[in-house]
Write a protein that binds this ligand. Structure first.
Ligand code: ADP
Length: 708
């Protein structure tokens, strides 16, 4: 049944009475056949306060038994046109009486307004009430009817039906609203409950992360006091949370004063990233940490959220590393210094041995002493090679090994290295071959001295480890230099010597590596030659490797690159070897060197004066002119550098006297220091007669630099 239908006026009336005359009477009264309607309009207005319809059109249906009445009511309900009221007779034999009928009608439709029609002799009001219960939907109309009363009842009860239907509909609406609102409230409640549970779970998760973080986390208020700290922070400060929260770490001395500027930055809204700070732990003492900090707002207030990572161990390790590195640097420095000193200390007597034996060989000495003289000289030369290797290795170690780039005669350089050993190979009955490819460029640009060193080292080893058979050196051009590029040259040194076991070949080019101790004892050597060769070859843009079979022989092969050099200059005018008229000043503090150099110069026919130190040399130059000065560098009182500078500051012609440095340690650094001090050239100790002669000849005709 639509509630809309119930909210409209309903004037349908069912009359249930077994007496047809009653039906007729009621129709007459209610359908206007008795003219009383106009009078009732006023009454209706008076009763209900509403504008009554001009004439109410009642619809009246009739039923003559209770059962029939119920059927009509059910039918009207099915059509959604229920009766608003019913007039029900009390006595309706043979069927249900009025009370039974009413009780059935109300079961079907409780809103039905009922008028019980009864005579005085029928049920009393109490009887009816007892049977039907107390209801405000029922009135009693005593027979015989009063017309006005019938009309009033019809109007009043149809009106009451409308009002109570509207009230019921309103009540249902209210029930619906309440149900809806209740459902909404329940849903909202569930949502809140869920949110609450989620929040609680998030809080637990956050707490777990916060507490189990290995990094210290703190929350501080705007004044710097701790609001919360995690477990890692308790560990770091060595205090329980209760003793930390509410306190200012700087004030309590837990965190160093270096935290104050961090706090200051945070107050100004500047975030901090990995700032180092110190903090205090009661057991471990002063510690170091890195701090990250962010300003965060919680509940409308500003806080500092800090993450503190302990780096004490890392810091200590770093400091130890720095100390170790400083120690290592100092050790390396000491080693370099030691090597420089050792070089100087060994080279000076070596200079004596080689210089004097060289001088003696040129003297007339008994023939039986000559082999001994040669032995002294060879021993000196071996010693010098060892010394050179050790120094080269030290330079390699400290990254100071440098190559020069100058034009040189390639074939001549290789031939020199070959001949150094081939001349004495005849004594061992060794057959020696030198094969130089005709395509080899005549002149190239590079470091001839270092190339000679590598080739000589391989030849020296081949010669040392070969007792019979042959030694061969081959050189060929691998790639001719492309325009503006570099030549790639390959050199092979083959021998038929003792060979190298397979398992030793891998480490052959490592420093101090020798095949075995017995070989070392038998053949001598430092185990540095190949390591130095490999480094030099690599610096020259090449590589070195070996193929060998024990008892059959070895082939060492290396490649190197060399720059393109112009055509060789036409040979200069023959070098005059007449240096006899020169006046030479030798500034040297070492007695042996004084003797060797003076004797060599005298042998060349020069006039020699010796000065024991730099100051004496300056005095000597002031007193008389010299053609050339040979200047030792390390001398007591005034060293060679200062003496050279003083001489360059003198007046002419003394100021422009050529000064040649004589030193045991010819490094690029020393060479440039000498040139800076105003010297013209640097000669290496021990000096040989031929080199000395060449240098004198070269510089006797040259002008010295005018300024120091
Ligand atoms: P060393 O000064 O000891 O000769 P090297 O570095 O030049 O040092 O050589 C290292 C080792 O390699 C030698 O001691 C030797 O055992 C082995 N070796 C080098 N060249 C040859 C060769 N041609 N034949 C056999 N063994 C060689």
């Amino acid at each position: 049944m639509s509630s809309q239908g119930l909210l409209e006026p309903n004037h349908r009336i069912l009359v249930i009475d077994d007496n047809t005359a009653i039906h007729d009477d009621l129709r007459k009264i209610l359908l206007g056949e008795v003219k009383t309607a106009e009078n009732l309009t006023d009454d209706e207005e008076l009763l209900f306060g509403a504008q009554a319809a001009a004439v109410t059109q009642f619809e009246i249906d009739s039923a003559y038994q209770g059962q029939e009445g119920l059927a009509k009511l059910e039918e009207s309900l099915a059509q959604a046109r229920p009766y608003a009221m019913a007039f029900v007779d009390i006595r309706m034999p043979p069927g249900w009486d009025g009370v039974e009928t009413i009780s059935r009608l109300w079961k079907a439709y409780p809103a039905l307004q009922v008028v019980v029609c009864t005579a005085y002799s029928d049920y009393s009001w109490n009887d009816i009430q007892r049977k039907l219960g107390l209801s405000d939907n029922m009135l009693i109309l005593k027979k015989p009817f009063d017309n006005i009363e019938v009309i009033q009842l019809a109007h009043a009860l149809t009106r009451k039906w409308l009002v109570s239907s509207q009230a019921n509909a309103r009540l249902e609406d209210l029930d619906l609203m309440v149900a809806q609102r209740t459902a909404e409230l329940q849903a909202a409640n569930q949502r809140i409950q869920k949110q609450f549970e989620e929040k609680a779970a998030a809080e637990v998760a956050f707490r777990t992360v916060f507490e189990s973080s290995p990094i210290g986390i703190t929350l501080q208020d705007a004044s710097g006091r701790y609001v919360d700290v995690n477990h890692a922070m308790e560990e770091m400060l060595g205090l329980p949370k209760a003793g930390i929260v509410g306190r200012d770490p700087v004030q309590y001395g837990w965190i160093g004063a270096d935290y104050s500027p961090i706090q200051e930055a945070l107050v100004h809204g500047i975030d901090i990233d990995s700032r180092e700070l110190t903090y205090w732990n009661p057991q471990r003492g002063k510690q170091t940490a890195l701090l990250w900090a962010r300003r965060v707002a919680i509940g409308g207030r500003d806080y500092s959220l800090c993450f503190i990572l302990d780096i004490t161990e890392r810091k200590q390790m770093e400091e130890e590393l720095v100390r170790a590195r400083l120690g290592a640097d100092a050790a390396a420095q000491a080693k370099s210094q030691f090597l420089a000193n050792m070089s100087h200390e060994i080279r000076t007597p070596l200079n004596g041995i080689l210089g004097l034996s060289c001088l003696l060989e040129e003297e007339t000495i008994p023939d039986e002493l000559r082999p001994m003289m040669a032995l002294i000289r060879t021993s000196g030369e071996v010693l010098r090679r060892v010394l050179d290797d050790v120094l080269d290795f030290s330079k390699m170690d400290s990254g100071k090994l440098e190559l020069i780039d100058e034009p040189f005669d390639l074939a001549e350089t290789l031939r020199w290295s070959f001949q150094l050993f081939s001349d004495s190979a005849a004594d061992k009955n060794l057959h020696c071959n030198l094969l130089l490819d005709s395509n080899l460029p005549a002149r190239v640009s590079g470091d001839a001295v270092r190339l000679r060193q590598v080739a000589s080292n391989l030849m020296s080893n081949a010669f040392k480890f070969t007792q019979r058979g042959m030694i061969q050196m081959e050189a060929r051009l691998v790639e001719p230099a492309p325009l503006g590029g570099r030549h790639v040259i390959r050199v092979l040194v083959r021998d038929t010597g003792i060979g190298i076991p397979e398992d030793r070949m891998g480490r052959l080019f490592e420093s101090f590596s020798q095949v075995d101790a017995a070989t070392n004892r038998r053949y001598g050597g430092t185990g540095l030659g190949l390591a130095i060769s490999r480094r030099l070859v690599e610096m020259m843009g090449g590589a070195i490797h070996v193929e060998s079979r024990v008892g059959v022989g070895s082939t060492f092969e290396f490649t190197f690159t060399a720059g393109i050099a112009g055509e060789s200059q036409p040979p200069a005018e023959p070098i005059s070897i007449d240096v006899g008229d020169l006046r030479i000043l030798v500034a040297e503090d070492n007695r042996i060197n004084q003797l060797v150099t003076s004797r060599m110069l005298q042998k060349l026919g020069c006039h020699v004066d010796v000065a024991d130190n730099g100051a004496a040399a300056v005095d000597a130059v002031r007193n008389q002119p010299y053609d050339i000065i040979l200047m030792d560098l390390l001398m007591p009182e005034v060293d060679g550098f200062d003496a050279a500078r003083s001489i360059r500051r003198m007046s002419q012609p003394a100021a422009s006297t050529p000064i040649l440095a004589l030193t045991a340690s010819v490094s690029d650094e020393v060479r440039s220091q000498c040139l800076e001090a105003g010297m013209n050239d640097v000669l290496s100790k021990p000096i040989e007669l031929a080199s000395l002669r060449l240098a004198l000849n070269c510089w006797r005709r040259c002008e010295a630099p005018r300024t120091a």
